[in-house]
Design a protein around this ligand. Sequence first.
Ligand code: TRP
Length: 348
Amino acid sequence: MSNDSFEASQKRSNDIRADLPVHPEKYLMLTGDRPTGRLHMGHYFGTIKERVALQNLGVTTRIVIADYQVITDRDTTEHIQDNVYNMVMDYLACGIDPEKTIIFTHSAVPALNQLMLPFLSLVSEAELQRNPTVKSEMEASGHTLTGLLLTYPVHQACDILFCKGNIVPVGKDQLPHIEQTRQIARKFNERYAQVFPEPEGVLNDAPEIPGLDGRKMSKSYGNAISLCLTEEETAKLIKKSKTDSERSITFDKENRPGVSALLTTAALCTGRSEIEIAEEIGDAGAGALKKYVTESVNGYLAPIRERRRGFEKDLDYIKDIIHDGNRRANEIADATLEEVRQAMGMVY
Ligand code: TRP
């Protein structure tokens, strides 16, 4: 994406951020996750916390559990049911309120998926090939470029537009997809009739959340602290994280990635700054730092985990939430698809 359009997106994002608390009723948020594993602290501080805040501001909120995206770059749907149930548990434990926020899965909403056909007619192969995020995802996965991986940004446009979402909280890497969605909406409206809004990405202002080794927190790096872990499992993970041989604790992301990642983790959980924590621990060393981080993380996650334990015992309730979300999403998708048929003159 060019610098110009990045700056334009950034500016629109800032304007929306300022307007959100004033006019929450103008906004409809759609966002989602691939159900490939448990949510971790990177998800929580990177996006879930903000979704809960938007929900509680009074913004209309919808979350797609993007089950069809799971097979963009892998050959199996193993564990998908378990992952979907657990994702709902994680959401609810974090404060997503299913009365306010519709939680649904792709595969249960046929009319959403049907938007893919008219939308695919609005994009060119060259546009699809140019998307930098798709390219890097393909390289990272080591998988061949499937048709679904190539076109998933268009499918994501279906997710956003079926419910007429106008804001999508995103990290920078998802901006090309938002741009694609805007273009699809614009082209559809121009070619047929005004049906869709042009959604805006609301850029995440949280810093990248480091995993225990200092790289971005990601399940695939094995450096993540999942929300569902017990206190003991959390303590163990933090204990075996790699620091360095220097005794005195300082915050230096470049040269001391392990120590600095631990400091950032504690900072996020306590609201204190990394430097303040580093100074306080000082010569007490990595052992003391790890103890402090463990207590901060376990303290911060305690209420989330307690709620989660409750949901784990009540799978029927979790299933009810998904069924209800899917029912509501289908009503919305059917209505939108009907408008699309009308706009295209496909009424017989
Ligand atoms: N691609 C997103 C991810 O990997 C998940 C997702 C699916 C999504 N549909 C979406 C995000 C629509 C925003 C809007 O995390």
